[in-house]
Design a binder for this molecule. Sequence first.
Ligand code: 5RP
Length: 236
Amino acid sequence: MSAEQDPVKLMKQQVGQAAADLVKSGSIVGLGTGSTTAYAIEYLGKRLQSGDLKDIKGIPTSFQASVLAKEYGIPLTTLDEVDRIDIAIDGADEVDPQKNLIKGGGAAHTREKIVDALAEQFVVVVDGSKLVDRLGSTFLLPVEVLPMAMTPVMRAIEKLGGKPQLRMGVKKAGPVVTDEGNLVIDVKFDSIDNPGELEKTLNNIPGVLENGLFVGVADVVLIGEIQDGKPIVRQM
Ligand code: 5RP
């Protein structure tokens, strides 16, 4: 089914384009990971090609983002070569009413948090299905962990009341290995009452690289929805 026929794809496409429209010439742009951000990267490439946008450089948050950027002709740079990120565009797996997020569905949340948190403006692109009243209600919380620390980290997470499970590969035997060569533990918490506190507590466990709670990082949340059979984009 093409994006034109599939309503979810259509919402992702529209919201990705709306975010790419916010990018100005001369900007350093954080390029997020996932299927929604992929449309933003594609559209940034189209704007560059048409001459509507000039002189941008991307900082990819994953292998996927750097492959797409190359495909669509977006020049890349690194954090060592720039003194700022003007705007970052990235997806999310859950968004609460305070614009706090769960990310990491693509196992890229460690690099995503570095890039998104550095950006002057962090724009989140989601479809309406990602909105929740409370984080953790629909999506497990991803935690990136050094392979040798997997077992003690899982025990520590259980002591915090979480139910951890090692993320396994699809069409690949064994666990998912991140772009940094680590593992991802997905954790079910019955209730995440204080995301900011849990974010710090998890990151304080030796062996944990980063968890998928993004608290107080998002500036703008763009939501793709279908209204009267037509895709619309609204801002939270
Ligand atoms: C990757 C992420 C993604 O941004 C998140 O999983 C959303 O992806 P999609 O736009 O495909 O729904 O956090 O680590």
